[in-house]
Design a protein around this ligand. Sequence first.
Ligand code: HEC
Ligand code: HEC
Length: 413
Amino acid sequence: MRPALALVLLAAVAPSARADDPVKVFEQRLVPIFKSPNPSSCVQCHLAAVDLKDYILPTSRDTFLALRDQGLVDPDRPDDSRILKLIGRGKDDPGAKLIPAGTRDAEYAAFKAWIRACAADPALKTAKAPETAPALALRPVEVVRHARTDRVTESFASNVWSMRFRCMNCHTEGTAPCDKLVKEHGERVAWFKKGGPEATMAYLLRSTLIDFADPENSLLLRKPLGAAKHGGGIKFVKGDQGYRAFRSWIEDAVAIRAGKYAKASDLPPSDAGPRQFGSEAWLKLANTRDAWGDKLLQVNVHAWDATAGKWEDAPVATSDRVVWGKGKLWQHTLTLLAAPGSERAKAWATGKAALPAGRYLVKVYVDQAGRAAADWRLTLGAAEYVGAVEVQSRWPEGYGAMTVADAARVRRE
Ligand code: HEC
Ligand code: HEC
């Protein structure tokens, strides 16, 4: 039978089976998505590692076979295909405003029409993919998860947002000190946004304060270090908790953006320790020893566990700063700590992070060998431990209402 005749016959037998030509639909609707310089709707929730373009190969046939064999297209129930679910996910998401209206709907309609066209082609539907078929360059789920905007925001909240009180209120939008600096220096100083961690992260990622080519060189680090001229003076020393937290978040964000994570083993360790929450509770150590002068001193604050009749093993707060040798004084705001998923973490994430009144043990660590400056990833520990002192406090907030511990009473237990 001549092919033309076969087509006529087929059309006559099953007119309802006539469908659009998958290749045509592909060229007209999917190729423009692939070629578009604009990001796909996925960026609404995935900072990187995922783009709808990754799901499109140069030809309709290769794309279909690859998606089908990865379980992303269901040839028997085309409208239930997983790829449509992925595209449809953002429908009711508040973040939808991040992408131009219509982008997702257009993607959805295009894929749906093309999948239907493919599924209506019996030969294509069941075709076997050749051994040499091009594969989709999809990232492993671990990497996709790591680069999800909600995960990166959570890490930002714990690492950068939690440190905002180390910058006093100079950079916190809507506070009196910041408003005053905005008048002198412009809106750029108000970079801790009123909208919270999410808004602040989005702003910083768009700003020039992060150096995507050389993260260590970011103004977000160099200004507080005093390595670049800074209106607020020196607020970080290399290797202190503020520097370490900012630097590790910046390094990670840059690696995510640059697509440096290809496999799960490229990711930073998932056990990133406790979640951190900023507080305006100040702790002062008076009468610091001469030997501690001008060294980086860290405190770990342990709460009293009345039920167990002992100090909690994990610190509930921490802080560090260089000791003012001449004044025999150390003082700073506390960063509160809670295990991820714990009751404390949940309460502090949704409400205000604050320590309850009570008894606390302040453990003191002094970096006499300058180890933190030599390796910014290092955390001070047993080698730097000099002893502990007990305090009783309600933890009032503010520079004018510090909780004071007498460093002369610091003893090794
Ligand atoms: C509204 C937010 C949102 C949008 C938009 C979105 N995703 Fe996701 N995506 C998620 C969430 C949340 C998960 C985590 C999986 C879960 O819990 O179901 C996820 C997981 C994934 C995963 C699997 C990795 C895992 O964690 O199991 C892939 C692959 C993926 N998305 C691809 C895409 C693609 C492709 C697009 C764009 C077409 C897209 N997503 C758009 C929120 C979104
Ligand atoms: C006493 C107020 C004050 C404190 C505290 C302070 N800064 Fe600043 N900061 C300024 C002023 C004023 C400017 C504007 C002049 C300049 O660029 O140095 C500035 C500018 C900056 C900029 C550049 C902003 C831009 O878009 O140009 C960065 C980044 C910065 N500070 C980071 C920090 C960090 C991080 C901290 C805390 C760890 C901090 N600052 C603490 C006053 C302060």
